[in-house]
Design a protein around this ligand. Structure first.
Ligand SMILES: C[S@@+](CC[C@H](N)C(=O)[O-])C[C@H]1O[C@@H](n2cnc3c(N)ncnc32)[C@H](O)[C@@H]1O
Length: 358
């Protein structure tokens, strides 16, 4: 029986499990999720199947919202001998039927929780001898090769781990699926990291260049104190910042910003249209998605990046409803759109959506 391991933010296991079950069922893969609230991961066990094509579904992590990383599980190793954890891992890899001969890389990971942090030092140390052994046995390439599959050892505690792999075309490139960023000391708010992470991790180079066109124009709805505007200014864009609050003075002094103390729901772009609309207003997700759809349909913006603030319950259902309504609105247009939603590492109780007009 094949299994899928999903890493997520602690507290989001139920949403991750619901999404994974729905998404995999759409691929014809059926099973059941298992998780404990607060553990920051979900295991999805596939029902036994004789149809091998359904046994290893493609796990394109950027197509789901809540999972940070998706792993094809090879084996669960329990009650490991603390004197020899490497032996069972080696045996499991030697006897497994894998879709590759040699992995290009190996990472040792742990849940993104307070308890998980206790494993960090051990995981770092364990990597060195394990890597050497796997190389000696021809299971791992001599040099790191990111074009090849990556092995993952996910320790849930010192004695138990899941052994699995990910494929480079499907997986997050970041360790534990976490895009860590340094807070720029001159940015007016930590929110700036949400937009930076979205631009870096949700768009490819060519999309990023079009979305953040140099000397292009952007509107930032709910802009204060200016963390998102800061990212756009850094990328040499001109910004109409809309909010009743006040924008950071240093940021204003760049001369790239016009501040409008106005309601984001009735604001219209000064020159009729902009390249990019961003929105971080604290509002109901369906209202925000509806507003974004209006701007895109009326061609007031080419592209959009926005956050949907989530309620405490039924988060997956709420996001799905808002996104379905947006898809429905955009379907009527001749243009096609690349739409992705992700619960980013720097997001709180919210998800970030990017919409790129093709
Ligand atoms: C989460 S903060 C935005 C933080 C900002 N993205 C940053 O990086 O600094 C939300 C902002 O939305 C603004 N806001 C909420 N409702 C709004 C509305 N209807 N029109 C304009 N701004 C609104 C609030 O005043 C608040 O400053």
């Amino acid at each position: 029986m094949a299994s899928v391991l999903a890493y997520c933010r602690a507290g989001y296991e139920n949403d991750t499990a619901n999404e994974l079950t729905t998404w995999l069922a759409e691929k014809g893969v059926y099973g059941y999720p298992m998780f404990r609230p607060g553990d920051a991961y979900v295991l999805f066990h596939q029902y036994d199947t004789t149809d091998n094509s359904a046994a290893e579904p493609a796990l394109e992590v950027n197509k789901v919202i809540f999972a940070r990383q998706l792993i094809h599980v090879i084996k669960h190793l329990s009650e490991l001998d603390r004197e020899d954890r490497i032996g069972p891992i080696l045996d499991a890899l030697k006897t497994a039927t894998l879709p590759f001969n040699k992995a290009g890389d190996i990472v040792i990971e742990y849940p993104d929780t307070e308890e998980g942090k206790n494993l960090a030092k051990f995981c770092r140390k364990f990597l060195v001898p394990l890597r050497q052994t796997l190389r000696k046995h021809g299971l791992l390439s001599k040099q790191e090769n990111h074009a090849k599959p990556r092995l993952h050892i996910f320790f849930t505690d010192f004695d138990n781990c899941h052994l699995g792999y990910s494929l480079p075309a499907e997986a997050s490139e970041f360790a534990m699926g976490i895009c860590r960023l340094r807070f720029p000391s001159d940015a007016p708010s930590r929110s700036t990291l949400k937009l930076e992470e979205a631009l870096l991790s949700m768009l490819n180079d060519s999309q990023r260049q079009r979305v953040c066109r140099r000397s292009g124009r952007a509107v930032d709805l709910g802009a204060c104190p200016g963390g998102w505007t800061y990212q756009l200014v850094q990328r040499e864009m001109f910004v109409e910042a809309v909010d009743n609050g006040s924008i950071d003075e240093t940021l204003m002094s760049t001369g790239q910003i016009e501040h409008f103390a106005a309601d984001g729901f009735s604001y219209r772009p000064q020159m009729g249209r902009v390249d990019l609309l961003v929105c971080d207003m604290i509002e109901k997700p369906d209202r925000v998605a509806d507003l974004m759809g209006d701007w895109l349909v009326r061609d007031w913006c080419d592209h959009a990046v926005f956050n949907l603030k989530l309620p405490m319950k039924k988060r997956f259902e709420t996001v799905t409803q808002a996104l379905d309504a947006l898809h429905e609105k955009l379907r009527k247009l001749h243009d096609t759109f690349y739409i992705r939603a992700r619960h980013l590492y720097h997001d709180r109780d919210e998800v970030t959506v990017v919409v790129v007009r093709n």
